[in-house]
Design a protein around this ligand. Sequence first.
Ligand code: ASP
Length: 328
Amino acid sequence: MKRRKFLRNSSTVAAGMLSAPILASCNETTAAKDTGKTPILPIAICTWDFGNATAKAWKVLEKGGSSLDAVHQGVMVEENDLNNSTVGNGGRPDRDGNVTLDACIMDKDGNCGAVLAMQNIANPISVARKVMEETPHVMLAGKGAEQFAYEQGFEKTDLLTEESKQAWLEWKKTSQYKPIINIENHDTIGMLAIDADGDIAGACTTSGMAYKMAGRVGDSPIIGAGLFVDNEVGGATATGVGEEVVRTVGSFLIVELMRQGKSPQEACEEGVKRIIAKNKDKQDFQIGFIAINKKGETGGYCIHPGFTYRTFTKEGHINNPSDSYLKS
Ligand code: ASP
């Protein structure tokens, strides 16, 4: 519902509506640090129209912060937004009424961390980062991830808001007790950023498909599927039906296509078309990819019309209506 509202409003945003404080801060954009690397203008991009998230990431980047901190703090905005029913606190529960969260993060050196199907912790992306930085592992799942979070000082939080609970109870009345696969019940935030040093990082976080089977995990916390970064080439991240993205190792595929010379836009289109080719019989599902290359060029492509992605640079924020495979 929230995304629909965003889409309705997107034309005004696309017209370049910048608030005065944002313009003021953009004028103080950080110059590239003297690292001996080719200077590049910082940029943050994310799936959908999560403008507050890219604005937060930009705040980190313009102060000379790292792309890793930018994506971490950027996606946390959505994890903390109780009105966002597809990410973090307030996310829709599984079919048993439990909110289980998935997230992953990846830095310029290929370090990564992820949590899968974790309950009771409001910021899975922060726990994913702790997995990356404080353990020799890449993924922690379920109870183990939750236990690790408590050991790291995270607080136990009830993630099921009254609104999400009521929506779940309503769904139970008529549902066939199957996870709902449609475009209204899954909207992950995946974010990619390049900092003033030209280094790329990415983060991806979601409550997954609404009313999924208990224990179901999609692509979002899987490095290579929901997110992949190669600091020599670029990064990609996904939203939509995770099973299809996992099957094609989607984000890794897109980065590899960019390595072979495709632009971010061409690579996203090829990634979606590969998935379509494997699903000739069923096209009524949504997959969207966004990508960025080392030069800071971006692209996005989706199966369904209506996909947008958000970029934030020193010029301000832009909501990019993305092209799609199935035209409206
Ligand atoms: N990709 C997520 C998943 O499959 C859902 C989404 O992007 O909306 O869990």
